[in-house]
Design a protein around this ligand. Structure first.
Ligand SMILES: [Zn+2]
Length: 432
């Protein structure tokens, strides 16, 4: 039974939305009808939302956060959910009806109406990405699937069968879950990190839950520091609940929600996934409109086991970026080397070969980087070195078995991630 959504913070919770989608799928086995039912549930839920202060789950939030969120609710209520979501159903119906060109045109019209053809994303400029595979592998084997092995490439949520993408995760637990592995048993995996050398030159269509990152994390921090959010919003437009990028992020939240239906009724003989049609069309649109990749939240991380503590749950730890590869038929290369060269790719690691990196060691590296920044204020060294990376994982906990709570850093996934992070910070120090 889906939980009761009482305030906008409840509504923006990815797990709550997953419950609504499941309800729609259970009532309506045909996917186009499940999509339509979900839109009804979204509209009903949004109409019923009340203030944050009255919410049993979120009522203890700072009153300034509550004020901001309630104001923002008034803004997003002016968005017509049907304008965003109905074209996605039409596009789906056209595609499965065999009218593929028409399906892309329908999607294109909606995305242009909401300005996606001129949208940029800078949310992925600071962190490092992770990649993994099962087996004891070399660094070369952690590149994307070679062009010569297209036959191995399955139908995926954001890519068609036979077309390799470079899939990266923002955490090790995400990488393992995406590979359908058990995050509590990662001995058989090989991992490395990928770091964008020039992130400012990369354009990613961001379907992650940017609202949580952009607004609620910042907002809570500002309120907790004792600043008056209402005064700041009055004088600083970028803090106002009416600031257009926040509304745009809400529209993106709706599109991402429509793309995140779980596959139902899968048997091993199934090859087509109705749930993947809209996300695949969207990825196709992004590729043909100048984007380098697409960022999205994983539907595979077990959110009951891996939880963020606190009121608002940033889902950085279960986000992925899929970069498009470009195939040159004249080249003998098995990989898109131009894409791979945009990254620093680390040496590979396996659980058995790492040692536990202590808080003290990471802090010592951070102190050195801060000192470098101070000596070279224009180097932007702190931002480039991903010091903020930890913020996304501070509150992450493993709840397994129920009642037992382990901080992420103490889990095997967390240990591998810290090991790679240590390597990464060390590499940054030698840069300068
Ligand atoms: Zn709530």
């Amino acid at each position: 039974m889906p939980r009761d959504l009482r305030c906008l913070l409840c509504f923006l919770d990815d797990d709550a939305q997953a419950d609504l989608r499941l309800e729609a799928q259970q009532l309506q086995p045909r996917h186009e009808r499940a999509l339509a039912h979900y839109i009804r549930l979204l509209n009903d839920a949004l109409a019923r939302l009340g203030g944050v202060a009255q919410c049993p789950l979120h009522g203890t939030n700072d009153p300034q956060v509550a004020w901001w969120t309630d104001e923002f609710l008034q803004t997003v209520r002016r968005i017509n959910i049907d304008d965003v979501c109905r074209p996605l159903i039409t596009s789906y119906e056209e595609f499965v009806g065999g009218h593929i060109q028409r399906a892309t045109e329908t999607l294109d019209a909606m995305l242009r109406q909401f300005g996606y053809h001129q949208r940029a994303s800078n949310r992925f400029t600071k962190g490092i990405f992770f990649r993994g595979r099962t087996g004891s592998l070399t660094r070369y084997e952690l590149f994307h699937i070679p062009f010569t092995k297209r036959q191995c490439i399955k139908n995926q949520r954001y890519s068609l069968s036979g077309q390799p993408l470079l899939y990266l995760g923002l955490s090790i637990v995400d990488v393992v879950s995406e590979l359908r592995g058990d995050p509590l048993n990662i001995a058989g995996f090989t991992f490395c990190y990928y770091w964008l050398r020039e992130p400012e030159k990369v354009r990613v269509l961001d379907l992650g839950n940017a609202l949580q990152h952009m607004i609620f994390n910042n907002l809570r921090g500002v309120a907790a520091a004792g600043a008056n959010v209402r005064d700041i919003a009055a004088t600083n437009p970028s803090f106002s609940p009416a600031f257009p990028p926040y509304t745009e992020a809400f529209v993106t939240f709706l599109i991402a929600a429509m793309c995140s239906f779980r596959r139902t009724n899968i048997t091993k003989d199934d090859t087509f996934a109705p749930e993947y049609v809209v996300p695949q069309l969207l990825a196709h649109w992004a590729r043909t409109n100048g984007y380098d990749g697409i960022a999205y939240a994983s539907t595979r991380v077990d959110a009951a086991n891996w939880q963020m503590s606190g009121f608002v749950k940033p889902n950085h730890y279960r986000e992925n970026v899929a970069f498009f590869t470009h195939f040159d038929p004249r080249s003998n290369d098995e990989h898109d080397l131009a894409l791979l060269n945009r990254f620093e790719i680390s040496d590979v690691v396996q659980l058995a070969r790492i040692r536990a990196v202590t808080d003290g060691e990471l802090q010592a590296l951070r102190r050195q980087i801060v000192a470098l920044e101070n000596a070279n204020p224009k180097g932007n060294i702190i931002a480039r070195s991903g010091i903020e990376l930890d913020v996304g994982f501070e509150g992450l906990e493993l709840h397994d078995p129920p009642g037992t709570v382990t901080p992420y850093a103490a889990t095997d996934c967390g240990k591998v991630q810290r090991h790679l992070q240590f390597q990464f910070l060390t590499a940054r120090l030698s840069d300068w």
